[in-house]
Design a protein around this ligand. Structure first.
Ligand SMILES: [Zn+2]
Length: 178
């Protein structure tokens, strides 16, 4: 009898000993003594469209069969998601060892009064005339960084500087006369 073509047997294919009901049910074709399947794994056989039975196979063989048998996808597919990719472990680890909390942002108390806009713009324009656009921008930025001017005034001054930069020398000379 060709072993591969015979799936159902009530006696061991190796030694003709009667197989137990359980072994027959599980699809074994050999008795316990003759079984050469060392590491048991399972592979579901589907003889009909519904139902199926488990055939013990080696784990290597099982993986191979699972790859080939698309119908076994539901029962045998490997775990996916947080358990298999270990993000669950990472989550737990973080839960028990939370990272130190960031210090709460405390706004700086207002300790100085801003330089009046008219005064600042005069200083900045002077700087512009003496050292150019970039230097004037830097001065504006440093005044803002040191809390000497407000953000709004800083933006205004930067706009003024941009306008000045776009003017022609003639226009600037004319403006100074005002
Ligand atoms: Zn046997």
């Amino acid at each position: 009898m060709d072993k591969t073509s015979r799936r159902y047997t009530t006696v061991c294919l190796e030694c003709d000993v009667d197989l137990s009901k359980e072994r027959i049910h599980l699809g074994y074709t050999t008795c316990l003594d003759c079984s050469d399947t060392k590491k048991y794994s399972s592979h579901t056989i589907y003889p009909h469209k519904t139902g199926g039975y488990i055939q013990p196979v080696s784990s290597e063989k099982s993986d191979e069969l699972k790859r080939l048998d698309r119908r076994s996808v539901n029962g045998n597919k490997r775990a996916k998601g947080i358990f298999s990719d270990r993000s669950w472990d990472r989550w737990l680890k973080q839960y028990y060892n939370p990272p130190p909390k960031k210090p709460k942002y405390v706004p700086k108390p207002v300790t100085n009064i801003y330089i009046p806009y008219r005064e600042v713009i005069r200083t900045i324009v002077e700087k512009y005339d003496k050292s150019g656009y970039d230097a004037a921008c830097q001065l504006t930025q440093s005044l803002y960084s040191n809390d000497r001017i407000s953000l709004i005034n800083k933006s205004k001054i930067m706009n003024e500087l941009a306008s000045l930069q776009m003017m022609t020398t003639k226009q600037r000379r004319w403006m100074k006369k005002l």
